[in-house]
Design a binder for this molecule. Sequence first.
Ligand SMILES: Nc1ncnc2c1ncn2[C@@H]1O[C@H](COP(=O)(O)OP(=O)(O)O)[C@@H](O)[C@H]1O
Ligand SMILES: [Mg+2]
Length: 314
Amino acid sequence: MSDNHPPSGDGPAPGIEAIGLKRAFGEVRAVDGITFTAPASAVTALIGPNGSGKTTLLLLLAGLLQADAGRVNIAGFDVATDNLEARSRVGWMPDSFGTWDALTCTEILATFAHAYGIDRKASPARVATLLDRVHLGEFAARPARVLSRGQKQRLGLARALIHDPDVLLLDEPASGLDPRSRIELRDLLRELARDGKTVLVSSHVLSELEEVYDQAVFLSRGRTVDTSAQPTEAAKRGWRLDAADPVALRTFLDAVGIPWTGQPNGEVLVQLAGYESARELIRAAVGADVPLHTITPVAGRLEETYLSLNEERS
Ligand SMILES: Nc1ncnc2c1ncn2[C@@H]1O[C@H](COP(=O)(O)OP(=O)(O)O)[C@@H](O)[C@H]1O
Ligand SMILES: [Mg+2]
């Protein structure tokens, strides 16, 4: 946190506030009138297919690209009129970044610490703490070329955190990560949100962000998509059931009048309206001595919302 307070507002300033943002490249309207906010202490997912304007939007938010129209506030500072204040509060992780492969992890972070004007005496401790934080402590003295993709992504995250920014903008950080690295990334992002940071993270792959996000912004062709029609608890969605005795499960479902579809692996799919219905079903099954052992939603919440948008992909 900085001593320098944002100029306006009584309540807590939202981490990111974008109002009517536009940016074209020639004929292509990459960002075509985007308004949204991302609060502090939360992970906001920025979801959209390739070419929908995610990277352009993030560059505008980071103050690295000039908008044709609209405004961006970062922790209360206007990116256009208070560019330095705003930029000093943003940590930016591009979708692909060249690491200088011959340098060690420590040397790379120290270079960035220097670029951000971090005191030379404070720098080594800061670098060491950050490397530990992203679980790269043991690689501190090793050249970046030995890092796996997941480790490079974490080094990129450490790089984005070097000046302790309030707002983190991460462009497709989970792309190409193996499941374990993805879980590590997810845990790191949750920790950062818990520390009060505003985390905005983009992806074109819904499942990457399913378990990490608090709110989602959907992009299509440079515009945000209205998600007010997103599925509510009451809307029916698919659930997968599995029981030690599949026949008993199917007989039970027939008896209570819940239509089901069998799966080749013995599982059964049903449509239920939300978690309360699922709980009722579990209670009824237990009461009827049906050895039900698994009940899970077929799709995640993000996926359900995305599918319900019915948007044409570009
Ligand atoms: N520097 C650029 N010059 C010309 N066109 C660009 C440039 N950057 C992005 N675009 C175009 O803007 C649109 C949005 O791109 P981008 O923001 O990269 O989307 P995403 O990150 O969602 O894939 C695309 O049609 C892309 O081709
Ligand atoms: Mg992109």
